[in-house]
Each structure stands twice: as C-alpha cells, then as structure tokens.
Design a protein around this ligand. Structure first.
Ligand code: PEP
Ligand code: MN
Length: 361
C-alpha cells in the first residue's frame, strides 16, 4: 500500500496544532441572516472552520436542495467579517469551480459522491493541484476500498492537503444511530494510512442531539484529528437535519468539556478496549433490532395460524429450527448449550406473541 503524499495538517493554515481541528456550522446555508447569526455565535478558540452546505444531496426529491451560488457570498462575508475559515460540500466539477472562485478554504466530498468513481475522477480533475483543503467523507456503505479509492484519485491529481471524514455507515437494521459508526473501519484506514488526518462527523453518525457528545468523545479517545459538528442558530427550525443540530453555545461548551487523550500516556490498551466496547454496544443494538424483527414475523405467523384454525405448536418444526441453529452456531464457535439457551428463550417469547394474537379473536 503506497503512502499518500500529504501535507501535514499543522501546515494547512487552519486551527492550532495542539488541539483537534474544529469545524462547525449549519447543515445548510438557508438565509444570509441565519448564516451570519450562527457564525457570529460560533466564534471560539476551538472552532476554526465555519461549515455550511450550499448544494444539498437529498434522499428524496422535493425537499430543500440548497441555496446554491448565492450562499457562497454569505460564506465570504463570514470569512471577511468574522475571520473564520469557510467550508462547503462539492459534489460535481461545477461546484468545485465555484468553491474555488469564491475562495472556500475547505471543500468536502459528501458520502454519496465518494461512492461514485466517475464523479470522484471528475472532481479530482476539477481540483487538480489546488492548495485548498479537501476532505473526503466515507461512502454510505461500509466499503473501505471505495473510501480510499476516492482519496487516491484526489492525491493522484496533486491534492495534498487531504483528509478523511468519518460520518458513519447506513444500515438496514434500525439502530440508535442514524449512521452506524463501525469504528473498526476508520481504525483500519488509520492503520493503513497513519499519515492521513481523520476527522469525525458526530452529527451524521448520531442523527440526534443526545449522542453527539459521546460520539465526539469516542472519536477523541481514538485520537481522531478533528470534529465536524452541525450547528444552527435555531436548530428546531433548520431546513435540513433539524434533529441533529446543536446551538452554537452548546457546541462551544461541548468542545471545552471534551477530554483530549494524549498519545503517550500508556493509553493504548484503554483505547483498544474502548473501541471494542463500542463495537459490542453496536452489535447489541443490532441484536435487539433483529430480535424485534423476528417477533414481528412471529406475530404474522400467529395471525395466519389463527385465521386457518391451526395450533401454535408444530413440534417437528421447532425441532428442525433447533437442529439448524445448533449446527449454524457450531460453525461460529458457539456452543450447543449457549445456542439452546438463547433459542429456547426466543422460542418461548415467540409462542407468547403468537398466543396473544390468537386470543385477539
Ligand atoms: C452534510 O455534511 O450535511 C452531509 C450531507 O453529509 P453526508 O455527506 O455525510 O451525508
Ligand atoms: Mn446535514
């Protein structure tokens, strides 16, 4: 694996090399007043770059898709009047051209764009040899090669102030996160490319205000190089991502309360333990979501049996299920007593659910 040709972060002309890079600002620039008001309140020694989305990639059509070029003028005001560096998302060559024209300091590639090699190549060429900072969010799907490929394309076009942003990965199962962090993926990126700065975006991982602090602390525990946090002067009224934005005051206070880990205080074991515990928490979260889904199917079976006047228990079916799970368990190094205990509990609950449905008529 080749090393990236990267200019170290302390020479990017942003922030302070002794503290994590702080990027904060609204999900979307909405009005000049909202941008100025938010930026003014974000001024703090821990916040170095003001972010705002100008072109918004939305999952479904019909929602707010960003103010476009007009918003870049507002960002310029933030830079000139408040002295903050400015950053926005670019998703195609035209966005890149405009961001350079308006002297945006930090350009980031969104999760949906990272996943598209053609668009990444087009962006890399549009940004060729730029001395602006370019940050690449992970793709929506947990594919480290796709993430690295996007970074490689930019680096091959002479872009050296380059970093990654970890914003979590989408999952079909409902979890407490909007995007599951899967910390092992950025950890593996760091292992392969220790020269590449990694910034965490706790806002898109969390999807709700309560998780932003613990996710940020986790990122700092893993010695990420910075945080990108969504902040809005009036979060509840935000035109996009309202549930995950924090007021500037909360963001400033949070950056003061976060604990910075030192690399050299024998914390290696503690950091690994913390990453493993986080993985366990995520898996437990998924287990619960899967159990919920399983019980839902049990209820549908209950309805079907009721409507056809069938008994709940067909014991041969249960024996087949048990034999199959024990065999599957063995392949995963799970012992038979363990599998029996777990599946007997699941089966008991499933029968309870079917019975409840049966008694409804
Ligand atoms: C954003 O930062 O507002 C954004 C759209 O993020 P992502 O690309 O991570 O979804
Ligand atoms: Mn957002």
């Amino acid at each position: 694996m080749n090393t990236f040709d990267i200019i170290p972060m302390e020479n990017w002309g942003l922030g302070n090399k002794n503290i994590p890079l702080g990027i904060a600002g609204p999900c979307s620039a909405e009005t000049e007043e909202q941008v100025m008001n938010t930026a003014r309140n974000l001024i703090h020694r821990n916040i170095h770059v003001f972010r705002a989305g100008i072109w918004k990639p939305r999952t479904r059509p019909g929602s707010f898709e960003g103010v476009g070029e007009e918003g870049l003028k507002w960002l310029q005001r933030v830079k000139k009047e408040l002295g903050l560096k400015i950053g926005t998302e670019v998703a195609n060559a035209e966005h890149a051209r405009l961001a350079l024209k308006y002297d945006v300091d930090v350009l980031w590639i969104g999760a949906r764009t990272t996943a598209s090699p053609f668009t990444m190549q087009e962006l890399a060429e549009a940004l060729r040899d730029t001395d602006k900072v370019v940050l690449v969010k992970n793709p929506m799907n947990p594919d480290l090669d796709l993430w690295m490929g996007a970074i490689e394309r930019l680096n091959a076009c002479g872009i050296k102030k380059l970093g990654a942003i970890h914003r979590g990965f989408s999952s079909y199962a409902k979890t407490k996160y909007r995007n599951v962090p899967q910390w092992q993926i950025p950890i593996e990126l760091r292992r392969r490319h220790p020269e590449l700065p990694i910034i965490c975006d706790p806002s898109h991982i969390s999807g709700c205000r309560e998780l932003i602090m613990p996710v940020s602390q986790m990122a700092l525990n893993l010695r990420f190089d910075g945080l990108m946090i969504e902040s809005h002067c009036c979060p509840a009224e935000a035109w996009s991502d309202a549930s995950q934005q924090l007021t500037p005051d909360v963001v400033k206070k949070m950056t003061e309360e976060l604990y910075l880990r030192k690399a050299d205080v024998g914390g290696e074991a503690a950091v690994k333990l913390s990453a493993l515990r986080q993985q366990i928490d995520e898996i437990d979260n998924q287990l619960i979501a899967i159990l919920g889904a399983r019980m839902n199917v049990a209820e549908q079976i209950g309805t079907l049996k009721r409507d056809n006047n069938m008994a709940i228990l067909q014991s041969s079916r249960w024996e087949d299920v048990l034999a199959k799970t024990v065999a599957d368990g063995e392949r995963q190094k799970l012992t038979e007593p363990f599998i029996r205990t777990v599946f007997e509990a699941i089966h008991a609950e499933s029968i309870e659910r079917q019975n409840t449905v049966m008694n409804e008529k």
